[in-house]
Design a protein around this ligand. Structure first.
Ligand code: NDP
Ligand code: PYC
Length: 346
């Protein structure tokens, strides 16, 4: 494949440096009316997704961001409102803007409260939410804390044993800080796959694997459009279904916010980004670990080594490799996607 340092053009792909991905995102978002703080927060996350080769949550997401703005759904400049209902709780009302600025502003409070109490919760409410969760749990791990994040979306996913959508694709992410190197991080949808991945299959005319979705008649399908019109399936049968139910409850009614069914009803066919809450939990190993951090860390490392030592890969390993490669070589983006994104709102 053609090697490039950024900005070079191939026949059907274009190579962009990470800075170019960020600048493109800023240009599209600001030109379409997002305020400077929201533009920066959204562009950072989209750039991180593209850089780490998370195609379903990279530049492609700009299309939905602009569509959601043009549909009059998301507020492009509302500022987050921060409250402190309890010593270990910070609540951020995003006021119907995207979630990312609310997270950025809530994070320092979450970290400070976790380091004081051993555990703390950040509840983000009233936010449009499109992003992958790993940047957020990674940011918690950078503070030396273990982190968990979860969020509903729109009701696209049928419960195990059913055929009608109830759940969102409901991602859950976890990060564990390690003394050397990158944190241990996983971040996945509780559906078989993120909806964005099926949308990318539809856009490029590729069939989806069996088991990802059923059609509107409840029959298994490998047709991406039919799967999007029918219902997606949870991973792990009833186990994924139960996990997804937990996410609906904890990142919905527990924090005074909507379920995926309520988000979908609000959307009323506009096909905008889901509107709901997000729950983040931070845990401090220094406070919870009985004063023996180095012993505990050694136990954790031995367990992680026992996974990697037998050739099994740790989640995020692919992503960290992609990050290093992108820093050296830039990222390759399909020409069609690049053109569509560049012309958004033009
Ligand atoms: P995957 O099914 O690819 O699962 C992703 C996770 O599993 C990553 O941590 C990945 O690590 C890890 N993983 C994948 N393959 C392996 C393997 N063979 N061995 C070990 N670990 C592995 O992604 P999903 O489609 O479920 O989710 C993709 C993204 O979509 C997530 O970031 C999620 O947050 C986001 N999303 C966001 C939603 C929202 O509402 N905001 C809704 C749904 C999803 P690696 O990255 O290194 O491959
Ligand atoms: O890909 O499932 C998804 C998704 C939903 C909201 C944001 N991403």
């Amino acid at each position: 494949m053609q090697r490039s340092t950024g900005g070079n053009v191939n026949t059907d792909k274009i190579n962009l440096s990470i800075d170019q991905v960020y600048d493109l995102s800023v240009d599209v978002l600001s030109r379409n009316g997002f305020s400077a703080p929201h533009t920066a927060a959204i562009a950072q996350t989209i750039t991180a997704g593209q850089r780490d080769d998370c195609q379903s949550h990279g530049l492609y997401r700009l299309i939905v961001c602009v569509q959601t703005l043009q549909a009059g759904l998301v507020d492009p400049d509302a500022l987050p409102l921060i409250t402190h209902p309890a010593p270990a709780v910070v609540q951020v009302d995003a006021q119907r803007a995207y979630s990312l600025l609310a997270f950025q502003e809530g994070l320092p409070h979450l970290a400070e409260k976790a380091k004081r109490n051993g555990v703390a919760v950040l509840a983000i409410n009233n936010c449009f939410h499109f992003s992958a969760l790993w940047p957020e749990v990674e940011a918690i791990a950078e503070q030396g804390l273990a982190g968990i994040a979860m969020t509903p979306s729109h009701s696209w996913v049928a419960p195990a044993g059913g055929t009608r959508p109830v759940f969102g694709t409901n991602p859950i992410a976890f990060a564990w800080p390690r003394s050397a190197g990158n944190p241990y991080v996983f971040d996945f949808a509780t559906s078989m796959v993120a909806r964005g991945e099926i949308e990318l299959h539809r856009r490029t005319g590729r069939p989806i694997p069996e088991g990802w979705a059923i059609d509107a008649n409840g029959q298994p399908t490998t047709d991406a459009a039919a799967g999007l019109a029918g219902a997606m399936l949870t991973f792990g049968s009833y186990k994924g279904s139960a996990l997804s139910t937990m996410i609906e409850l904890l990142a919905g009614p527990l924090i005074g916010d909507w379920t995926s069914l309520q988000s979908q009803a609000f959307d009323a066919g506009a096909k905008g980004t889901p509107l709901h809450g997000e729950l983040l939990i931070a845990l401090d190993p220094d406070i919870l670990g009985r004063g023996q951090r180095s012993i505990n860390d050694a136990g954790a490392e031995a367990m992680l080594d026992a996974i990697a030592g037998q050739g099994a890969r740790l989640p995020s390993e692919r992503r960290y490799k992609a990050r290093a490669k992108s820093a050296q070589e830039g990222v390759w983006v399909s020409r069609a996607l690049y053109d569509e994104v560049r012309n958004l709102g033009a």
